[in-house]
Design a protein around this ligand. Sequence first.
Ligand SMILES: *Cc1c(COP(=O)(O)O)cnc(C)c1O
Length: 217
Amino acid sequence: MGLQDIQARIDASTTEAGRAPGSVTLIAVSKVQPPERVEAVLAEGHRVYGENRVQEAQGRWPEFQARFDGIELHLIGPLQTNKARQAVEMFDAIHTLDRPKLATTLARLADERGECPDLFIQVNTGEEPQKAGVLPAEADAFIAEARALSLPVKGLMCIPPVEEEPALHFALLAKIAARNGLEGLSMGMSSDFETAIRLGATHVRVGSAIFGERAYT
Ligand SMILES: *Cc1c(COP(=O)(O)O)cnc(C)c1O
C-alpha cells in the first residue's frame, strides 16, 4: 500500500483497459488523516487531494498550500448551501452537486466571481434513502438544469452501496454520463478503484489504501 503502489496499480489497470496512460486522476482522500501522513504524501510529489468537509479543509490546506506548489483540492463530501461560498473559494472541483438549490447558488457565485470549480453531479445509483445524489431516473433532467445555468459540469460521481457489486453501479453511472455527453466519471475508492477504471473512471478517490486506516475519534 501507499502512494507508489496505488499509482502503479492505477497505471496497470488503465493500460489493461486499453485506455490512454494518464487518463485517470488519482484523488488522494486525506479526510481525517493526521497532517504528518498528508505531508508525507505531499513530499512524495502528489498534488491532487480530496476532502469531504469544507471546514476541515480550511483548517489545514492553506498551510500546505503555502509550502507546496500546485495543490489541487476536490470536495467529495456533501455541500450545504450556506457553505457554498467557502467551498468555491477553497476547491478546484466539487463532486457533490446534487440538488437544484445548490446549483442555483453555485451559478450565482460563478457569475459574481467569474469562475467556478469543475463540477460533478452525484448520482445515488443505489437509490439509498440515506445517501445524497440525484436518483438515476432524475439525472438527465438535473444535468440539463445545471447546464442551463451555464455551470461547468464535467461529469458524474457515485458511491455504490457497501453491500452490492460496485461494477453494476459504475456501469450505470457510465451509461448516464455517455448518453448526456459527459466525459468525467468520479468513481472507485480503495476497495474497488481497479473495477472503476475498467468501467471508465476518470477520477478515482482513494483514501485508506494510500494513507492507512482513518482513526475516527
Ligand atoms: C472517504 C471517501 C473516499 C475514500 O475512501 P477509502 O475507502 O478510504 O478509499 C472516497 N470517496 C468518498 C466520497 C469518501 O467520502
